[in-house]
Design a protein around this ligand. Structure first.
Ligand code: ATP
Ligand code: MG
Length: 246
C-alpha cells in the first residue's frame, strides 16, 4: 500500500464574490515510502488547499485520500498521528522560545521526561537552533522561525511529512539545511509531500512532481517523464508548457 493515496479529491469553497469555487478539482495521485513528491503550481492553483485536506484541517467536498492506511474522512485522528504538517504561516507562539515550543509539541505527542529532552536536543542540533533556542520566537528572523517550525513538524518522527513551501523566504544555506534534512528523511523511508515555487529545489529534491493549475492535476511524473511528455528540458519550461503559459 502506498504511503499516500489520493482519489479524486475535490474541495469547493463558497465565496460571496466567486460563488462556488472549485479550489481542488478531482486530484488523484500516489506517493510511496522513501519518496519525495512535489506539488508545483502558480499562486492560487490549490496546493495549500490540497495539503490542508491531506492534513485533515479541511474536509473534502468529494473524493478522499488515505495516509499510512488511514482515511482522511473516516479516520482523521489516526491520520493526524501519522503526519507532520508544516503550514505556510508557521503557527509559532510569539512569547515562547524554540525550546519551549518543541517541548510543548513533544508533550502534546505523548513524549515526556528524558526521551522528550533528548529528542528536543536532537532537533535543536539538527536544525542549528542552539544559539537562539532560548530566545522568544517573536524576536527571531524568518529563517530562525522556519527552522523552528520544521523541527516542530518532524519532532514526533512521523512516517509522513507534509511541507507547504518549506524553504519559502529562506537564504541559500538555511534552505540547504532543510533540503538536506528532507533527503535524510527520504533515506529513512519517510514519505514527503511538499509544495514549492523554487524550480531548482523541485528538481533537486523531488522523485516525482505533480503540476497543478486551477485546482486540476495537469501531469504527474519524474523529471524524465515530464521531459519526455513535453519535449522540454528545464523544469521552468516544462511547468510553463503544462500550464499553457509559454
Ligand atoms: N477558506 C477559503 N475560502 C474561500 N476560498 C479559498 C479558501 N482557501 C483557499 N481558497 C481559494 O482556493 C484557491 C486555491 O488556494 P490555495 O491557497 O490552495 O493556492 P496555492 O496553490 O497554495 O497558492 P500559493 O502559491 O499562492 O500559496 C484560491 O483561489 C483561494 O482564494
Ligand atoms: Mg499556498
Amino acid at each position: 500500500m502506498p504511503a499516500i493515496s489520493v482519489e479524486r479529491l475535490s474541495k469547493v469553497f463558497h465565496d460571496k464574490k466567486r460563488g462556488e469555487f472549485r479550489a481542488v478539482d478531482s486530484i488523484s495521485f500516489e506517493a510511496g515510502r522513501g519518496e519525495i513528491f512535489g506539488l508545483l503550481g502558480p499562486n492560487g492553483a490549490g496546493k495549500t488547499t490540497t495539503l490542508r485536506l491531506l492534513a485533515t484541517l479541511l474536509k473534502p467536498t468529494s473524493g478522499t485520500a488515505t495516509l499510512n492506511g488511514c482515511d482522511i474522512v473516516r479516520e482523521p485522528e489516526k491520520v493526524r498521528g501519522s503526519i507532520g504538517f508544516l503550514t505556510g504561516d508557521m503557527g509559532l507562539y510569539a512569547r515562547l522560545t524554540p525550546r519551549e515550543i518543541l517541548q510543548f509539541f513533544g508533550a502534546f505527542h505523548g513524549m515526556n521526561g528524558a526521551r522528550l529532552k533528548s529528542r528536543v536536543d536532537e532537533m535543536i542540533e539538527t536544525f542549528g537552533i542552539s544559539s537562539f533556542a532560548g530566545t522568544r520566537t517573536d524576536k527571531l528572523s524568518t529563517g530562525m522561525k522556519q527552522k523552528t517550525a520544521i523541527a516542530r513538524t518532524a519532532l514526533h518522527d512521523p512516517p509522513i511529512l507534509i511541507l507547504d513551501e518549506p524553504t519559502s523566504g529562506l537564504d541559500v544555506p538555511t534552505a540547504r539545511t532543510i533540503e538536506t534534512y528532507i533527503l535524510e528523511q527520504r533515506a529513512a523511508g519517510k514519505c514527503i509531500v511538499l509544495s514549492t515555487h523554487v524550480m531548482e529545489e523541485a528538481e533537486y529534491l523531488c522523485d516525482r512532481i505533480a503540476v497543478i493549475g486551477d485546482g486540476k492535476l495537469k501531469m504527474v511524473g519524474s523529471m524524465e517523464e515530464l521531459r519526455a511528455a513535453t519535449g522540454k528540458h528545464r523544469l521552468r519550461e516544462i511547468f510553463l508548457d503544462l500550464l499553457d503559459m509559454k
